[in-house]
Design a protein around this ligand. Structure first.
Ligand code: NAD
Length: 479
């Protein structure tokens, strides 16, 4: 089996160790073998990115456009093959894998266009004869650290703007999903990036991640992952006075009001809470439902859950693939136990460990009812196919419950009332608000990010990405 190596200074470099990437739908299936970098190789990657930085900062908009556009085209044309790889290594269904791959292509496409639209401002001074130019300059070397749950889209939405705005990159993907990361880097490398502009260092967070955090040559770090790792990264970045962007967890509420269309509400809940095996930072993990529709909503949601097929991610007819690995499965099972035996919630459906044709991490999606917002299962991110129902007396109480969380990524409401929808959009304490749509599932060309414990720093995606990947210069001239 071919060994996939790291890309350092334009060369594919072997690691000291190898990691076998396992298919969560079939643990006997080795997806690939991936070189693991150590701290010294990570240092070489940072040095290469630093050396390439002045050249790439001076590259023309057309050169950046052409690389990004070529990557977009190749990824889009290979979306069936790469979506299959994604499903095989992460456990999303094939349809979800292909859709995410297409989304990665759309992101490269968007930033290819942005590269041709780079511009500054010319502003009159309050002093006679003086002119002022406001321009954006690249940050330099950017460290990109990504999680396993969107292995194509998240690397794309960090790498594409970094390249667009003239930064060079040291990219450390999550240990569980080196395959998708390697493909993205291979595509960009062949699309004509000069050596050292994009470096791939696969390996452990404690080794490769720490080496990136410890380097004074890394000007900015964009991270997506857990709150615990994010908090550690923020503290390390503060020591270097380094720019940092963190996208972390969620405990996203979906409010269902009495006047909601029942089908819409159930579809939003099922999609938001359980698709992608509930392993989305934007997952609707708290379903906050008002009295008048509560029982009908619970009954209809369980009815729908009964019809969902949990099976091999790449099998036709599968709605929900396996949990990503044994560690996450253990976390999910532990929270199911907490919900039942410590919090005292009612497990209204699911939560069984399932066996299928192949050995995999299969878990029946679970729904807790009769929960209160103070229970652990409503305070802590589970990151699995587990949702809770919280009963609310009316809209006001539902809004209060929705906002009563340390997180603030996405917040949704199902209602046919313009009054409540408008009020909710203004008052939901979240970076993204959805009306009659699942809390998960966003467009690639607009800002993405949250508030409170979910996010730190400027927004990702769309034109707002420039705030992170560039630094502003104000130049005064008296001719
Ligand atoms: P994680 O924090 O365990 O790992 C994320 C990345 O950080 C990995 O690449 C890991 O190797 C690296 N890392 C770990 N320790 C490190 C260290 N000491 N120094 C530097 N890097 C280190 O998260 P995960 O389990 O991969 O992902 C799941 C989490 O990601 C969930 O909490 C989820 O909500 C969050 N997430 C958030 C968003 C968002 O945009 N808000 C999107 C997707 C996932």
């Amino acid at each position: 089996m071919e060994i996939h190596r790291n890309l350092i200074g334009g060369e594919w470099v072997a690691g000291l160790e190898l990691l076998e990437n396992i298919n969560p739908s079939n643990t006997e299936d080795v997806v690939g073998r991936y070189a693991q970098a150590d701290a010294a190789q990570t240092g070489q990657a940072i040095t290469a990115a630093k050396a390439a930085s002045p050249g790439w900062a001076r590259s023309t908009p057309q050169q950046r456009h052409d690389v990004l556009q070529a990557a977009a085209s190749e990824i889009m044309s290979r979306r069936a093959e790469l979506g299959d790889l994604l499903a095989r290594e992460e456990g999303k269904t094939l349809a979800e894998g292909i859709a995410e791959t297409a989304r990665a292509a759309q992101i490269f496409d968007f930033f290819a266009g942005e590269a041709l639209r780079l511009a500054g401002e010319l502003v009159p001074s309050i002093r006679p004869g003086v002119s002022i130019e406001i321009t954006r300059e690249p940050m330099g070397v950017v460290g990109i650290i990504t999680p396993w749950n969107f292995p194509m889209a998240i690397p794309a939405w960090k790498i594409a703007p970094a390249l667009c705005y003239g930064d060079t990159i040291v990219f450390k993907p999550a240990e569980l999903v080196p395959g998708c990361a390697w493909v993205i880097v291979d595509v960009l490398h062949r699309a004509g990036l000069p050596e050292g502009v994009l470096n791939l260092v696969m390996g452990r967070g404690a080794v490769v991640g720490e080496a990136i955090l410890d380097s004074s040559d890394v000007a900015a770090i964009s991270f997506t992952g857990s709150v615990a790792t994010g908090t550690h990264i923020a503290a390390k970045c503060a020591q270097h006075m380094r720019k940092v962007q963190l996208e972390m967890g969620g405990k996203n509420p979906l409010v269902v009001l009495d006047d909601a269309d029942l089908d819409t509400a159930v579809n939003c809940a099922i999609n938001g809470a359980y698709f992608s095996t509930g392993q989305r930072c934007t997952a609707s993990s708290r379903l906050i439902v008002t009295e008048g529709i509560h029982d009908r909503f619970v009954a209809a949601t369980i009815e729908k859950l009964r019809s969902l097929q949990v099976d091999d991610a790449r099998k036709e007819g599968t709605h929900i693939g396996p949990v990503v690995d044994q560690k996450q499965l253990d976390v999910d099972l532990a929270y199911l136990d907490v919900g039942r035996n410590q919090d005292g919630a009612k497990l209204a459906w699911g939560g069984e460990r399932l066996n299928r044709e192949t050995p995999g991490f299969y878990l029946q999606p679970a729904l807790f009812t009769e929960t209160s917002n103070t229970m652990r299962i409503n305070r802590e991110e589970i990151f699995g196919p587990v949702a809770t129902v919280i009963r609310a007396k009316d809209y006001d109480e539902a809004l209060e419950l929705a906002n009563d969380t340390t997180f603030g990524l996405s917040s949704g409401i199902c209602t046919t009332s313009l009054k409540y929808a408008s009020h909710f959009k203004r008052n939901a304490e979240a970076g993204m608000v959805m009306v009659n749509l699942p809390t998960a599932g966003v467009d690639p060309h607009v800002p993405f990010g949250g508030r409170k414990g979910s996010s730190y720093g400027s927004r990702e995606q769309g034109r707002y990405a420039a705030d992170f990947y560039t630094q502003v210069k104000t130049a005064y001239t008296l001719p």
